[in-house]
Ligand binder design. Structure first.
Ligand code: UDX
Length: 437
């Protein structure tokens, strides 16, 4: 089977490499010449564990190819996945410019049946617009060629994307025809292990499923952050509460960790977009609005703890951040809590020293010389008055407190991810604060 994947960003590359791995012939398309040239030479523009190896292997095997022109591969492919970006508009709704450009190119150049699958996260009703754009282009050419549209939202987690794709909990596909269903079944069948199945549904429901899933997860996080903040005030421990409620199978144990707020390319954008879709349809998503408010507040919580511990005397102090990426195993800093924290620290007159295993270049690109970049976690803590854990990378889990005690000038540790044992840190001679206890 031959397929094309348009948009060689995060989702497109992972999808392309994984389909190639099961024997599909994949052409990845992107308008960015520079990116495609680099990919052809085996250079991967993003950091994702296992992706580079998979791309190189399948490229070598001749199953994975790259191009800048969709029209040049249209004749040889039957299925086209669209995984182009949908950046938020100023008002928070998803910008469909790229999605519709892809649809128009397909309509302009196709000569036989195509199945056009939208993988990008797009608002309910987008498939209809894609269908319309393709049809309009066909009409201009005076051609009557059959095609189908489908929606196949992506649930990949950054840092775990390859295994999420290779052994997914579920694949959701919205279709309108038997032919589309057959083709999608054929493509996803090789991943059918452990009772996993493709969940077929109508297209608007598939489009809605993506937003509902991410909004539900974001809601769990903001809910737990709210509970954590209250725990602190009433003398409870959010970790114990989490264990207590997580044992209820209706609630479940996952995604209940309080912290310094959610970030990334998905949750903030999707929550905003769903609020917007509701507004456009005369409805108010009251819960999701609160989810956003709580998250915004939570992103400043480490700063407020520091401010309280130092009784508002922050100017001239040196603060170390361990972790910059919005979560471990990625170099992604989009909507990262670290950015809010750094901005507030700088405004308060602090010197900020940072270290992250993967996101240093990304941070340099965003902040330039505003902060001091260290080569490792201990160098970052040198002469620091306080140490703030922002992203829970594995290498930060078991620090040598003895070393830190010698090299730091202060004794304050604020754990934004609740990973340290309070007793152990305090015994080592530090003042320790965390979230929700
Ligand atoms: C998410 C969804 O999980 C994925 O299905 C979707 O396709 C894209 O969005 P991702 O953005 O990669 O994936 O990150 P995820 O691992 O879900 O974490 C999101 C944010 O929530 C991070 O900032 C993380 O630190 C935070 N989080 C997660 C918590 O604060 N507490 C938790 O218990 C879990």
């Amino acid at each position: 089977m031959n397929i094309a994947i348009v948009g060689s960003g995060y989702v497109g590359l992972v999808t392309g490499a994984c389909f190639a791995e099961i024997g599909v012939n994949v052409t990845c398309v992107d308008v960015d010449r520079n990116k495609i040239e680099k990919l052809k030479q085996g250079e991967i523009p993003i950091y994702e564990p296992g992706l580079k190896e998979l791309v190189l292997k399948n490229q070598k095997a001749g199953r994975l190819d790259f191009t800048t022109t969709l029209e040049s591969v249209l004749d040889k492919v039957q299925v086209i996945f669209s995984a182009v970006g949908t950046p938020p508009d100023e008002d928070g709704s998803a910008d469909l410019k790229y999605v519709l450009q892809v649809a128009r190119t397909i309509g302009r150049y196709m000569t036989d049946y195509k199945l056009v699958v939208t993988k990008s996260t797009v608002p309910v009703g987008t498939a209809r617009k894609v269908r319309h754009a393709i049809q309009e282009e066909l009409d201009k050419r005076g051609l009557d060629i059959k095609f189908d549209v489908a929606s196949n939202p992506e649930f990949l987690k950054e840092g775990n994307a390859i295994s999420d794709f290779m052994s997914p909990d579920r694949v959701v596909v919205g279709v309108e025809s038997e032919k589309a269903k057959e083709l999608m079944t054929k493509l996803y069948k090789p991943f059918l292990i452990n009772n996993f199945r493709v969940i077929f549904m109508d297209i608007p429901s598939a489009e809605m499923t993506k937003y509902a899933a991410n909004s539900m997860l974001a809601t769990r996080i903001s809910f737990m952050n709210d509970i954590a903040n209250l725990c602190e005030r009433v003398g409870a421990d959010v970790n114990m509460v989490r264990n207590g409620i997580g044992a209820d199978t209706r609630i479940g144990r996952k995604f209940l960790y309080a912290g310094c707020g959610y970030g990334g390319s998905c949750f903030p954008k999707d929550v905003k977009a769903l609020i917007k879709t509701a507004e456009q349809n005369g409805y108010e998503m009251a819960v999701l609005k609160a989810v956003e408010t709580v998250n915004e507040r939570q992103k400043s919580i480490l700063f407020h703890k520091l401010d309280a511990a130092w009784q508002h005397e922050l100017a001239g102090k040196t603060v170390t951040l361990w972790g910059l990426a919005f979560k471990p195993e990625t170099d992604d800093m989009r909507e990262a809590p670290s950015l809010i924290l750094i901005r507030k620290l700088l405004e308060a007159g602090c010197t900020v020293r940072v270290y992250d295993p993967e996101a240093m270049n990304e941070c340099r690109r965003r902040l330039g010389d505003a902060v001091i970049y260290a080569r490792d976690m201990y160098e970052a803590a040198l002469d620091a008055d306080a140490l703030l854990l922002v992203t829970e990378w594995k290498e930060f889990r078991l620090p040598a407190w003895g070393v830190l005690k010698k090299t730091m000038s202060g004794r304050l540790v604020i754990d934004g991810r609740n990973v340290y044992d309070a007793g152990e840190v305090r015994e080592a001679g530090f003042e320790y604060h965390c979230i929700g206890k």
